[in-house]
Design a protein around this ligand. Structure first.
Ligand code: CMP
Length: 689
């Protein structure tokens, strides 16, 4: 038992258990009972398979998975045998053929109409008959092709009645008018005329005079009919609407293809990340850039083709109008003496004239002499210039979108330069501002807050964690802490850049944030101007003030360019309230620092005995846990251990709180684990006092 069409909507109803396999894959509908005719059923099956959705790019975009595609196949079968799915192989190849035929039509038709007078030549009739027939068949095919809805792309309309209604409401009349076989009508008309002529010629011996006047009349009429026919055959150019439809559909598939390539490439990158992290990244980045460029160039190419097509049409029109007028002596064709020239020469001059109107607002070889020519030139100028302006706008947009961040940066720098000139800033200050911009933005400008604000919370957190990975790796305080704590902190950090000589913190002021150093060197300067110590990559400073709610105990000055991440006091308190152990850890480091610069270490959070006692208790507990863990090697690390291992280390080192690495009494030999460096500062060792 398969899926059944539900009512007239063509929707599939999944009823019994047997419709879905154990793994949730829908089972295809069984063929209807009855004796099958092997020959016809084979052909029918082949055709029906062609009409079914295949796992091409468009189908995968619409349905997402093979399972959903299976369901869609069942739905399509239920809808009726001769309904073509828009994602089927048949439709794909049909569209491809139609696209080629359309391009051929849109190029050949105007040339044939304008430059060839022998409209009824067999070649022309054959070409017209063939293309008209195919375009008429296309209308029939369109009546049987499911419709992808713009608003709800998941649901393809497969009910023949609904398809017909939709097609009749939208493109049917345009398609029909552009496919009316005018040549057949002319052919029949001409045949009728010929018979009339033969009849009157035969009767000529009876009424000679009448026959002659009829022939003159007939010649004039035939000319008029020919002209009318030419004008009517222009209706075929409405096929352009189909071209626009097909091209936009193909563009969609192309964009999707890019997207999928990116996805596959991303998956590939993830799998090969361990093997060649950096290499893989640069390679994928290059592929991404290349695809981006390729899609932009494809669009520019499309635009150029469209421009050329419009130029081509305009050129043909330039010739068609004087031709329909019978080449008056003041028309541009007569002035250029092109009436009897070879069609290619006529076409070249006409194209040159059209392009002159379009691209440089010129007149071609001679300015228009007749009124018709003048109006035609004006029309061509207006339409050409509009298309040209649109083309320029589009192309500029596309090229600019290639590197919008760099463009934005340049714009920002330009604005800043103008501002500096407006404010008449001193040369040295201007220099510093320019250098700051170069260092801070590195040639690219992003509104990072806006971009991140548009992401989901989880994605935002992931991106920030990824962006801060080098900071987390270089700051021992993070590298050894609980991942939740790290995540909580890094999502609240703000990137800041300081220049050499900048006073980042001024002693005695009230602090509102602390800093983590990603890159750079800062000096801790005492009130007497003496440098107490220097801190570098991976250290942090400015925490004492936040812990004590007092004033800054020292000044901090940037020695080099410093890339810092700041954490505001509110965020600092919010996070540390959740992780009291991390607060205590920070306090212990702060106490050491205060001690080192000769200030009272008890300033930090009223380090009462119970506080010290509780930390000691934690330390002892962890030491015991570590001992237990060391006895059972299978066990994973304790959850808090990562954050507290430095405390264990401190416990092993004489049951005291951790000391900076620079402190001489912490010898490398006694350092039980490298993690013990968690609370110390690389720079303390690098810049010993
Ligand atoms: P805060 O008082 O907020 O501002 C000045 C900062 O200098 C201070 O916090 C500490 O982070 C830092 N600091 C003070 N003394 C030392 C030291 N001896 N070693 C490292 N950093 C220090």
């Amino acid at each position: 038992m398969g899926a059944r069409a539900h009512g007239s909507t063509g929707k599939v109803h999944f009823g019994g258990l047997d419709e879905v396999s154990l793994y949730g894959t829908p089972v295809e509908a069984a063929p209807p009972p009855g004796p099958p005719d092997p020959k016809s059923s084979f052909l029918k099956n082949q055709l029906q398979a062609l009409f079914q959705p295949t796992d091409n790019k468009l189908a995968m975009k619409l349905f997402g998975s093979k399972k959903a595609l299976m369901k869609e196949r069942i739905r399509q079968k239920a809808a009726g045998h001769w309904v073509i799915h828009p994602c089927s192989s048949f439709r794909f190849y049909w569209d491809l053929c139609m696209l080629l035929l359309l391009v051929a039509n849109l190029i050949i038709l105007p040339v044939a109409i304008s430059f060839f007078n022998d409209d009824l030549s067999t070649r022309w009739i054959a070409f017209n008959c063939l293309s008209d027939t195919i375009f008429l068949i296309d209308i029939v095919v369109n009546f049987r092709t499911g419709i992808m809805q713009q608003d709800n792309s998941e649901q393809v309309i497969l009910d023949p009645k609904l398809i017909a209604k939709h097609y009749l409401r939208t493109w049917f009349f345009l398609d029909l008018i552009s496919s009316i076989p005018l040549d057949y009508i002319f052919l029949i008309f001409n045949q009728v005329n010929k018979y009339c002529r033969v009849f009157f010629n035969a009767a000529g011996f009876v009424m000679q005079d009448f026959s002659e006047s009829f022939q003159i009349l007939h010649a004039g009429r035939a000319l008029r009919i020919l002209r009318l026919a030419k004008l009517l055959s222009l209706v075929r150019l409405l096929r352009l609407s189909r071209l626009v439809r097909y091209v936009s559909q193909w563009e969609e598939v192309y964009i999707l293809q890019n997207l999928q390539k990116k996805r596959t490439e991303r998956r590939g990158r993830l799998s090969s990340e361990q093997a060649s992290k950096k290499k893989g990244y640069t390679k994928s980045n290059l592929i991404f850039k290349f695809l981006n460029m390729a899609s932009v160039f494809m669009r520019i190419f499309n635009l150029i083709c469209m421009m050329l097509l419009i130029g081509h049409w305009s050129g043909c029109l330039q010739f068609l109008v004087p031709m329909l007028q019978g080449f008056p002596s003041n028309s541009w064709v007569a002035i250029n003496e092109l009436q009897e020239a070879f069609w290619l020469e006529q076409y070249s001059w006409a194209l040159f004239k059209a392009m002159s109107h379009m691209l440089c607002i010129g007149y071609g070889r001679f300015p228009p002499q007749s009124l018709t020519d003048m109006w035609l030139t004006m029309l061509s100028m207006i339409s050409g210039a509009t298309c040209y302006a649109l083309f320029l706008g589009h192309a500029t947009n596309l090229i600019q979108s290639l590197d919008s961040s760099r463009r934005q940066y340049r714009e920002k720098v330009k604005q800043v330069e103008e501002y500096m000139a407006y404010r008449k800033l001193p040369r040295e200050m201007r220099q510093r501002i320019t250098e700051y911009f170069e260092h801070r933005y590195q040639g690219k400008f992003f509104d990072e807050e806006l971009i991140l604000g548009e992401l989901s919370e989880k994605l935002r957190e992931d991106v920030i964690n990824y962006n801060c990975r080098s900071l987390v790796a270089s700051v021992p305080f993070f590298a050894n802490a609980d991942s939740n704590f790290v995540s909580d902190v890094v999502t609240k950090l703000r990137y800041e850049v300081f220049q050499p000589g900048d006073i980042i913190i001024k002693e005695g002021t009230i602090g509102s944030k602390m800093y983590f150093i990603q890159e750079g060197i800062v000096d801790i300067v005492m009130a007497n101007g003496e440098v107490a110590t220097s801190l570098s990559d991976g250290s942090y400073f400015g925490e004492i003030c936040l812990l004590t709610n007092a004033r800054r105990v020292a000044s901090v000055r940037a020695e080099t360019y410093c890339n810092l991440f700041s954490l505001s006091v509110d965020h600092f308190n919010a996070v540390l309230d959740q992780y009291p152990l991390m607060r205590r850890t920070m306090e212990s480091v702060a106490a050491e620092r205060l001690n080192k610069i000769g200030k009272n270490p008890n300033l930090v959070a009223h380090r009462s005995e119970e506080d010290a006692g509780s930390i000691n208790a934690v330390v002892v507990a962890l030491a015991a846990e570590a001992e237990h863990a060391s006895r059972s090697p299978d066990r994973g690390p304790p959850s808090l251990g990562l954050a507290l291992r430095p405390l264990q280390a401190a416990a092993f080192l004489g049951q005291r709180l951790p000391r900076p690495k620079s402190d001489n009494n912490v010898s490398a030999d006694h350092d039980p684990q490298p993690l013990a460096r968690g609370f110390f500062h690389k720079s303390d060792a690098a810049f010993p006092q």
